[in-house]
Ligand binder design. Structure first.
Ligand code: BGC
Length: 356
């Protein structure tokens, strides 16, 4: 009996070992380059860490580099990845329009390129795009403001709103901002919403590098120019958490009216804490683990010569044609959802959010 048991255990170990070996054997020794824009914002650290961990788990070797929000640095890091023999490049660009030359080198070397989260523009070297449904992100922010202010039942009431979005070189802002505006524009047109600063154009409300201090500086100006007389600010459409934090900083020091409805995106730790404290009304949760997992399956399909899973072949034209895309689903997160969405799912520990 004992003998049979040891035999069964030994056999099980051999099977497990073989399964393990064959899982990684296809990937073994293959180098994947992962180029991330910056470590300044929390999400890219998470994206980089998730990508690295999941690629290694699948058996790949990884060259992960962060470009400090500096375009020439990103270009030279990608050149290094090509020279080092990366077989696939996964790139979250700083400026979608600045990688044409280096990606032409990648194409020349036969290296497929996956645009990660942000579409790389005007390059025919981009093979696939994996992101979240960026239009839906904006729609969810716009819908939140609409519902929080109950704009459909405003009657004679009017509300004041201001706008802030991200870096003009990031193609995503076209989707975030236009998606939100698709919901809010009718209310601006009917006069239920008014923008006292008059700053409603995307180019005017953009924020270089999505930087919190730039967002703060612009809002300090807006507050001193248009709200210092006691005008009530009812809502700020903030395209993401880093810009939302800048607005919150400006409001804390320069505004005494009723706190406005504020949107965000990413569920960064600081913004999640702001939601718990009541200074940010919502954020849009984009689970970076899901995006990383999707990209790892894309990498595997490409390297195995099969078709990766795609769920959008219409939306993302990078100037050279439509890039086949996989869009993950964003989720609107309000303070009451934090425990389930972010803590119970293991995205953050309760301690990270100051909950224990
Ligand atoms: C991403 C957002 C992020 C922003 C700033 C965008 O491209 O989609 O999730 O907040 O960049 O890093």
């Amino acid at each position: 009996m004992k003998k049979i048991l040891s035999l069964v255990i030994a056999l099980a170990m051999v099977v497990a070992c073989c399964a393990c070996f064959s899982g990684s054997a296809k990937a073994e020794g293959k180098l994947v380059g992962v180029s991330m824009p910056t470590q300044d914002l929390q999400r890219w650290n998470q994206d980089g860490a998730n990508m690295e961990a999941q690629l290694i788990e699948a058996g790949y070797e990884v060259e992960l580099l962060y470009a400090a929000n500096d375009i020439p640095t990103q270009v030279s890091q990608i050149e290094t990845m090509i020279a080092d023999g990366c077989e696939v490049l996964v790139i979250a660009s700083i400026d979608g329009d600045s990688l044409g030359t280096v990606l032409a080198q990648a194409k020349e070397a036969g290296i497929p390129v996956i645009a990660y989260d942000r579409l790389i523009m005007n390059s025919d070297a981009v093979t696939y795009y994996a992101t979240f449904d960026n239009w839906l992100v904006g729609v969810k922010q716009g819908e939140f403001i609409r519902d929080a202010l109950d704009l459909d039942n405003a009657g004679d009431k009017t509300f004041n709103i201001e706008f802030i979005t991200g870096d003009p070189g990031d193609n995503n802002i076209n989707f975030f901002f236009d998606g939100a505006m698709s919901i809010l524009t009718p209310y601006l047109e009917s006069g239920v919403l008014t923008c006292p600063s008059g700053q409603t154009e995307k180019a005017v409300v953009a924020t270089a590098n999505w930087a919190t201090d730039a967002a703060q500086a612009r809002f300090e100006n807006i507050l001193s120019s248009y709200y210092a007389d006691g005008t009530q600010l009812d809502a700020v459409l903030c395209s993401n958490d880093s810009t939302s934090l800048g607005v919150q900083n400006a409001l804390k020091a320069n505004y005494t009216g009723e706190w406005p409805v504020l949107t965000g995106q990413d569920c960064d730790v600081l913004s999640t804490i702001s939601m718990l404290e009541g200074t940010q009304s919502m954020s849009v949760f984009k689970d970076t683990r899901t995006l990383a997992a999707q990209v790892v399956t894309m990498v595997t399909a490409i390297l195995e010569g099969t078709e990766p899973e795609i769920n959008d072949t219409e939306t993302y034209d990078n100037g050279t044609g439509i890039i086949p895309s996989y869009l993950c689903e964003p989720v609107a997160c309000t303070p009451d959802m934090i425990q389930e969405l972010l803590v119970d799912s293991g995205y953050y520990t309760a301690a990270e959010l100051g909950l224990e």
